[in-house]
Design a protein around this ligand. Sequence first.
Ligand SMILES: [Zn+2]
Length: 440
Amino acid sequence: MTRLAVLAAASLSAGRGLEAAEQVIRAGLTQLGARVLEGLLAADRGYTGPRAGCDAGHQAEFVSYRGKTVDTVLGPVAISRAWYHCAACRHGFAPRDARLGVAGQAVSPGLRKMIARAAAAVPFAAAARLISELAGITLTGKRAGRRAEADGAAAAAVIEARAAAIAARRLVPLPPARPLPDKLYVCIDGTGVPMIAAETEGRDGKGQDGKARTREVKMAVAFTQTSVDDKGRPVRDPRSSSYLATFAPAAGFGTLMAAEARRRGAGHVRQLIILGDGAAWIWNLAGQHFPEATQVVDLYHAREHLHDLARLLEFMLGDRKQDWLAARLDELDNGDIAAICAAARTFPLTGSKAGDLDTALGYFEHNACRMRYARFKKLGMFVGSGAVEAGCKAIVAQRCKLSGMRWSLAGAYGILTLRCLQASDRWEETWTEAGRPGAA
Ligand SMILES: [Zn+2]
């Protein structure tokens, strides 16, 4: 401490300013901390006798003490621990590593958390620079990315295991805190994430050559609503949104979504509402997991479909297109789907145009009961997921769809999981379980 004070004083008197002195002191304290930690870790080298049980249940033999350097929030720390070898598995391990949470890797749980937080927020190279600037720890963007993706995958595995337990009724979520929220909304949507070629091989898509460049991530956001404002418009309960994202097919997504809805009180609130863009897989899942829920097609998606319909009929409507569209949008707001279909069917179309019209109107006809917007609004319900959906998309777009980005499926899943945890304010509980010593 005295030496540090002398160094800092020298820095200050040399006119290098307060910041230089701060940095000198922090670097010194961090180094001191690393030596303290090293001393503590040296006290227990994890010797459990001449034999130790391996993961597969064999008895492994003690070989020797081996050294390893672990990167921590205090910088590199050298440890020496008992090394065992399992003849049956032909592999060696240190029981101490598992207890410290550094089995098979050289980054401490504390530093991993720091890396994961930064890498969830910004691209890997920028995350590494942030950590260097804020914590004085030097690492490459590549290493930061590998660690964050792997730890995000571990968090995803925890979430999936919990969802499976809830689905099997082995785990029953506690009811939400009283007073119970009145309505629980689950909004479901999908968006594409750009992938490396290996992840899209053989998949059809929207690329110019007809090949896929992206994989669809399915997202859900759950939030509650208890009140309406003085104009009768619904108000989302503050800080009530929780997010999930997965590349799994619909069935796997359904399990995760249903577990999240139950965790949020689906079995306790007065009304459960599923909001979606009108895609059939969403309503299939809703019917399968929550047949009692009210289904609502997101109004903004429905409006987009009306714009498409007007474009389809543009060659007949000519100058009247805008007026015609405005009238249909009013009908949509009133939930009068029959009027929309009747107005569109006054045009005597034939051939492929008639087929296109049938397809366009099919969207409205199949979803008519989910578009009773006037009634839903009268009941004080949300009918559009605009703001929430924007939040949902922001989780993906602002981190995974930046210019030039190409992801592996596992990597994107890991990072999106971390971003969902962050946006849901559920980081600590899941991270602790995923990062506990011994977890993969
Ligand atoms: Zn073994």
